[in-house]
Design a protein around this ligand. Sequence first.
Ligand SMILES: O=c1[nH]cnc2c1ncn2[C@@H]1O[C@H](CO)[C@@H](O)[C@H]1O
Length: 334
Amino acid sequence: MDEDQIAHVADLPKVELHLHLEGAAPPALIRGIAAEKHVDLSGVFRPDGGYAFSDFVHFLSVYEAATGVLKTPADYARLTRAVLEESAANGVVYSETFLSPDFCGGGDLSAWRDYLAAIRETAEAAERDMGVTLRGVVTCIRHFGPDKARAAARCAAETAGDWLVGFGMGGDENRGEQKDFAYAFDMAREAGLGLTTHAGEWRGPAEVRAAIDVLGVSRVGHGVRAVEDPALVEELAERGIALEVCPGSNVALGVYRKLSAHPIETLRGKGVKVSVSTDDPPFFHTTMKDEYRNLARTFGWDADVLRELNRTALDTAFCDAATRTRIAKRLETP
Ligand SMILES: O=c1[nH]cnc2c1ncn2[C@@H]1O[C@H](CO)[C@@H](O)[C@H]1O
């Protein structure tokens, strides 16, 4: 593929479904807020200014330390604005972001409402200014355990609606089991929320099976190691279960050595619904444009492939039908 074609795919309008809000925080924003509040963040940044971590578990603790400087709804408003500026600059027209009541009020419902209102108002202003539509997916954190997950699910259920559209789980996949969180997911399902959980990033196909069979999710965060079980891959394709794939994240964290060894092309070829996201972009030194350029270079994905991928992503988004129709039109723009 020549450089003009690669530049063209990078400019396509994009749908992003897997983006952790705090994980998308520009390091300069976190450093600035820490300085204002006199919070010591030694160990969080490398000398060159990027986030410092050595492996996945270390990444999770650096994430939590950086997030610790965000203490008020106003801080989250600043964060949301900065994240959406980056999304808009990358041609994202629709994005779903993971929000954690654990970080936004410690699981307290009334505090959560204040954080959510600040995030939502900022998102609506950004939509008017920059044309990027955001929706929220409440996320519990696996290594915080099932009790905290239940409190997060209660926050999600009480604020479910046209903006807060989903419930999910991130965190350390090697801690606990998906089934430990069934109560939280049932509560979210009953509130009408779309469901997703991280699975098959670190653990193998059995974890993805548990996600779809035990928690009943329609989307799986990452899910890439499903590729190791052909029967499961077939089932994902047949049942239309969507994988929120984050290739740059997987390479940065060492799930795969390099992009050419990543299974996204195989999964797509077998008919699994895949979308592409950045996960925690500044942590992994990626952007949506970078992801598209790298996929074009590595797998020869041209504009037709990536447009189709975005249509599929939008089909699996948790937003309402009117929003889906509106965004679908934006995906057709040249
Ligand atoms: O790549 C990832 N894999 C698994 N969990 C993650 C990843 N990035 C962030 N989080 C988890 O999501 C929470 C907030 O949404 C973070 O606290 C972290 O535990």
